[in-house]
Design a protein around this ligand. Structure first.
Ligand code: ADP
Length: 555
């Protein structure tokens, strides 16, 4: 900018200088031409007087190369010439100044001399004897004028050039300085010159507009962030090329993205093939979704193109955690397969025994034994179906059950009574300790929980073993502990025994009438009461299972 201002000023100065030179030269040229003609006219007058007085001898005495004197007869013949011999010169009657002098007494003209090849001025005067005296001189040409004035012109040009360079430099500096010093963020009128004021006012008004727009944007962004911060779903907004514009807390956590990821490409955060395909589809205007495993959890990611003015201006990604859903789905699938499998075995046995009896292949004496096998298989099926129904109900939730004040000690007492025959069959010592401990819970579920724990303590016990049941309140918590000194559970199975249909020793479990669902029911019931389960078990040493009901379950 500074350079172009400087160049323009220099160019303008040069233009002005050349134009002035041209004008001055043309004025000088006219002025000098007039003076030259006037001088020649006066000299012609003087020479004519001298020639009248002294005749041709006067002319012969003149030795001046600056101008030429010619004496011409009235018929045009040259009598004498100061430059060329008279007899070599042609008749001059045709010359304009001669004709004019002969007619009017005085004549003048300017033309190229064919003899001298220069522009000449001629003045001629008619003498009383009829002859004509003519003076001629080389006319100043523009070039000769310039050559004459070369030195002063050069001096003026140098001074003008130096002055215009200094002025141009100062002027451009002066114009540019306020622009350079202008604080765009906060331009002030007092720091500049008049012509900049409209620009500064415009900048100021645009600054105000920008400020209010960015405040509005910030407010909207904050609103959006506040709304999305606590959402479980991850939300990522991208521009059309995949650069992250906004990302909420959940999405940052899921994608392990740092807070500096804004402004970076999403593929720098996660470059999985699934995300790339998702982006490609969204960029071509399609809605797409994909299931992805990230850090061991299952997610569903939906991508929707954001369309404005018929073109895609961005992409919105929404990430759902579907781990629980997937797990539940998986469990349901496994559960159905297990249920069919568990029911198939007793049904086959029943059908086999019944077929034998139907075909009369069973001896009279064995009929009772066969019938009792059919009965016990049917009983097993009933227990199994009963447990399946209980679990299915638990899966559906507690909406059809009502919370009631329940004394866990009383529940344990009842259970001990119910299970007494089974305990007696093994000659077990069952003790119930503690006292009344009321909690706010679902009685049906609590019954099932206590029953299954006590039932297992008896089922997986040895002859003459012992079972200790304690219900106490400690630190505002109600703790139910069922302890036995039975067969115990090996370490590697302890984690899994709460899974549906999981049994440490399948044949032993079946032998003692287990379904593999008892502890699943316990786990479910505990969860619905926010209770915590603790298991300690030593193979051949015994098992202790505690259920700790939290404070809020207390009355
Ligand atoms: P089941 O109907 O087979 O008893 P559970 O879900 O109640 O099913 O128990 C799962 C498995 O855990 C049992 O098959 C058994 O192997 C083991 N188990 C449960 N309780 C005890 C216990 N008190 N002592 C030893 N093993 C136990």
């Amino acid at each position: 900018m500074k350079n172009s201002i400087f160049k323009s000023i220099c160019l303008a100065a040069t233009g002005v200088f050349l134009a002035s030179l041209l004008l001055i030269m043309s004025i000088l040229y006219t002025y000098f031409s007039d003076i030259q003609l006037e001088t020649l006219k006066k000299q012609t007058e003087l020479v004519s007087v001298a020639v009248q007085d002294q005749g041709i001898s006067f002319l012969k005495k003149i030795d001046n190369k600056d101008f030429r004197i010619t004496l011409i007869e009235s018929d045009g013949d040259v009598l004498y010439d100061t430059v060329s011999p008279a007899d070599s010169m042609e008749n001059h009657l045709g010359r304009e100044e001669i004709r004019e002098a002969l007619a009017k007494g005085y004549g003048e003209s300017t033309r190229y001399s064919s003899t001298l090849l220069e522009r000449q001025i001629y003045t001629a005067k008619l003498l009383p004897d009829g002859t004509v005296i003519r003076l001629s001189e080389t006319h100043y040409s523009v070039l000769s004028l310039i050559l004459m004035m070369t030195q002063p012109i050069a001096i003026v040009a140098v001074i003008a050039a130096v002055l215009s360079l200094i002025l141009a430099s100062r002027l451009s500096e002066k114009i540019i300085k306020p622009l350079n010093e202008l604080n765009i963020d906060k331009p002030e009128l007092k720091d500049s010159y008049e012509e900049l004021k409209p620009l500064i006012e415009r900048i100021n008004s645009q600054q105000r507009q920008l400020k209010s727009q960015s405040a509005e944007l910030r407010r909207k962004q904050e609103e959006f962030n506040a709304a999305t911060y606590n959402m479980n779903e991850g939300i990522v907004l991208l521009n059309e090329t995949g650069t992250i514009l906004s990302i909420n807390h959940s999405a940052s956590k899921i994608l392990s993205a740092s807070k500096y990821c804004i402004g970076k490409d999403i593929l720098l955060v996660n470059r999985s093939i699934e995300i790339q395909n998702l982006l490609n589809k969204a960029q071509s205007g399609e809605h797409a979704d994909v299931m992805m495993n990230i850090n061991g959890l299952e997610y569903q990611i939906n991508a929707s193109p954001v369309v404005s003015d018929d073109s895609i201006s961005g992409i919105a990604l929404i990430i759902f955690d579907i781990t629980e859903k997937e797990k539940a789905e998986q469990m349901r699938r496994e559960f159905s397969a297990n249920v069919s499998h568990e029911l198939k075995t007793p049904l086959h046995s029943i059908s086999g025994y019944a077929e034998l009896m139907k075909n009369g292949l069973v001896k009279e004496n064995d009929i009772v034994s066969f019938s009792s096998r059919i009965y016990s298989e049917a009983q097993r099926m009933i227990v199994l179906v009963d447990d399946i129904i209980k679990l299915s109900r638990l899966d559906e939730g507690t909406y059809d059950m009502e919370l009631e004040e329940t004394d866990l000690f009383a529940v344990a007492h009842e259970t001990v009574d119910i299970l007494k025959p089974a305990a007696d069959a093994k000659n077990l010592t069952v003790t119930l300790n503690g006292g009344s401990s009321k909690i706010y819970g679902f009685p049906q579920l609590l019954n099932g929980l206590v029953y299954n724990l006590c039932d297992n303590a008896i089922k997986y016990n040895r002859q003459n073993g012992s079972v200790d049941i304690t219900v106490i309140q400690d630190n505002n918590k109600t703790i139910l502990t069922v302890s036995d000194n039975g067969i115990g559970i090996p370490k590697e199975h302890q984690e899994r025994i709460f899974e549906r249909f999981y049994r440490v020793d399948k044949s032993h479990s079946k032998e003692v009438g287990g379904t593999g669902l008892g502890l699943s029911i316990v786990k479910h019931a505990a969860r619905l009461h926010d209770a915590e389960i603790k298991l300690e078990s030593v193979p051949d040493g015994g098992t202790t299972i505690s259920v700790i009901f939290p404070e809020k379950s207390l009355l």
